[in-house]
Design a protein around this ligand. Structure first.
Ligand SMILES: Cc1cc2nc3c(=O)[nH]c(=O)nc-3n(C[C@H](O)[C@H](O)[C@H](O)COP(=O)(O)OP(=O)(O)OC[C@H]3O[C@@H](n4cnc5c(N)ncnc54)[C@H](O)[C@@H]3O)c2cc1C
Length: 496
């Protein structure tokens, strides 16, 4: 089949890899001048600054994506282990290094807390592993046609119930750990799914599995290197990628199947199927004129957004700093309520400060460092007036990063991204984290990757199945390719 992929984000590139591997004729159309989408980079004055994801988990999924085009990941991108994976700094001044590997982490917890908590960590890892093994093949790496599909693997569903996956995540974590700080470290990952640990179901602890058990990694040169590596692999395998190419409309045969895309002027490209990596609600509004987006995409709850400040600076980070440093604010529950429920800033913001140059000397010139500071913020459904107060929020963030001991006084390169920027980059409600993963917005309840009204159209990326984050969008590309294959088979049968 001739397949056009709109967008060379990691979701689009993964779809392209699986489609080429399955023998389709693939052209990727990307409006930007390089691949990666949110996995962006600023290269200036010898600095390489990430502008999107920095925490790589589950590199095996990335290796699978390269394997789809018969390539070895190591020939395209170098993946380094990050250890400690995080440095967690609590408001009482205590510090926990979240170590790579279970044995090292058990020791760390023994010293940080006590032997009981160290033992609990092992039990927690066992539970997380079982949960992951239940969920991944049957519920995450799965296409859904209806809610009943959830019940088909009924044994696994019963096992999930037995594992307490449908209780509250924070209560489940509390059954393992007594130390409040450990409870935080092993439950804050729900934030990646747009939820407070109190409201998330324990089944989302699978995200905690992905970093705590499976480990945190860093692509050498930044997450953008993953995108350029994948783009090279898919083109070598036969796909074409056209950059600086903005798709204006998805073309259809009347009100029926897709027939190609409109690039403006008289430039139209024909296709038998179209895979769309643009943010799904935005794609419905702008590319599919007249087809209303699924209700959940229009009326659903979107994840919080973030304010991001990235900088290349002269000077060294504090000796105690790790690659990823979580500085937790005082009242954890209140922080989540502020951002998610009330749509305002955290009263005492938790902040992530990442310094890629600590582990990767290719990222900054001699004597210099990279800084990446991220504060969770409400999305544009919240109450903040970014046009009026955005500059003040940025100053607050920079000031806080300085107070935490990072070198902020001699900035060489810098850039900020706020929810208005994310919105102008095509992200619904100004959040890069899409619809939050409440149960009613997950699996069969998330906007599907196909739409019966538009045969031949398939979505990939974080706004459809299975969800947000680099591992998930790599899987979404594979799921999209399966849909195209199925479509190819059914349309060829119809022609017989
Ligand atoms: C600040 C930040 C921090 C993050 N941290 C992490 C992290 O540490 N770990 C993690 O796993 N995830 C993280 N994420 C989330 C992760 O980056 C995303 O889930 C993932 O990269 C989304 O990929 P995608 O393919 O769905 O979308 P995108 O990357 O947005 O790709 C979509 C592509 O489509 C293109 N496009 C859109 N419309 C058109 C059109 N009409 N014509 C042509 N091209 C078009 C866009 O230009 C873009 O390249 C982070 C995201 C951000 C922004």
């Amino acid at each position: 089949m001739r397949v056009l992929v709109i967008g060379a984000g990691l979701g689009g590139l993964s779809a392209a890899a699986h489609l080429v591997g399955d023998g389709h004729e693939v052209t990727v159309l990307e409006r930007g001048s390089s691949p990666g989408g949110r996995a962006g980079i600023i290269e200036q004055d010898g600095f390489r600054l990430d502008t999107g994801p920095t925490v790589l988990t589950m590199p095996n999924l990335l290796a699978d994506t390269f394997r789809a085009v018969d390539r070895e990941m190591a020939d395209y991108v170098t993946i380094d282990t990050v250890d400690p994976m995080y440095r967690a700094v609590f408001d009482d001044g205590s510090v926990l290094h979240v170590r790579h590997g279970r044995a090292a982490m058990t020791e760390e917890i023994r010293e940080f807390a006590n032997a009981r908590e160290a033992g609990a960590f092992n039990e927690f890892c066992e539970w997380l592993t079982e949960l992951y093994e239940l969920e991944m093949p049957r519920f995450i790496e799965a296409n859904y046609d209806s809610a009943f599909d959830l019940l088909k693997p009924w044994r696994a569903m019963l096992d999930l119930v037995r594992h307490g996956a449908f209780g509250a995540l924070d209560s489940k974590v509390a059954t393992f750990f007594e130390d409040e700080r450990l409870r935080r470290v092993f439950s804050f990952q729900s934030m990646y799914a747009g939820l407070a640990p109190r409201e998330a179901l324990a089944l989302y602890s699978v995200i905690t599995y992905m970093d705590t058990v499976a480990g945190v990694f860093a692509p050498r040169g930044g997450m953008h290197a993953v995108a350029t590596g994948l783009a090279r692999a898919v083109t070598e395998a036969g796909a074409a990628i056209r950059y600086d190419t903005d798709v204006l409309r998805i073309l259809r045969n009347g009100e029926g199947a897709v027939s190609g895309v409109d690039l403006g002027g008289d430039d139209r490209l024909p296709a038998d199927a179209v895979v769309c990596n643009a943010d799904l609600p935005v794609a419905y509004r702008t590319l599919l004129g007249g087809v209303e987006a699924p209700r959940v995409a229009r009326r659903g709850r979107y994840s919080p957004s973030c304010l991001l400040w990235v900088a290349g600076v002269r000077g060294a980070p504090p000796v105690s700093a790790a690659v990823h440093n979580f500085h937790f604010g005082e009242d954890f529950d209140e922080a989540f309520k502020a951002v998610i429920k009330r749509g305002v800033r955290m009263p005492d913001p938790s902040t992530l400060v990442s310094i890629a140059s600590i582990g990767d000397p290719t990222r900054a010139p001699e004597g210099c460092s990279t800084l990446y500071a991220l504060e969770p913020m409400p999305n544009l459904d919240g109450k903040l007036d970014w046009s009026r107060n955005g500059a003040r929020y940025v100053d607050d963030l920079k000031h806080r990063v300085g107070q935490l001991g990072y070198p902020v006084d001699d900035v060489v390169v810098e850039r900020t991204f706020d929810p208005l920027d994310w919105e102008s980059m095509g992200m619904e409600r100004g959040t890069p984290f899409s619809l939050s993963h409440t149960f009613r917005q997950t699996g069969p309840f998330r906007p599907g990757n196909i739409d019966k009204r538009v045969p031949g159209l398939v979505f990939t990326g974080s706004s459809t199945l299975p969800g947000v984050g680099v591992p998930m969008v790599l899987i979404s590309g594979k799921l999209a390719a399966r849909r195209v294959d199925h479509y190819a088979r059914t349309t060829s049968l119809l022609r017989l």
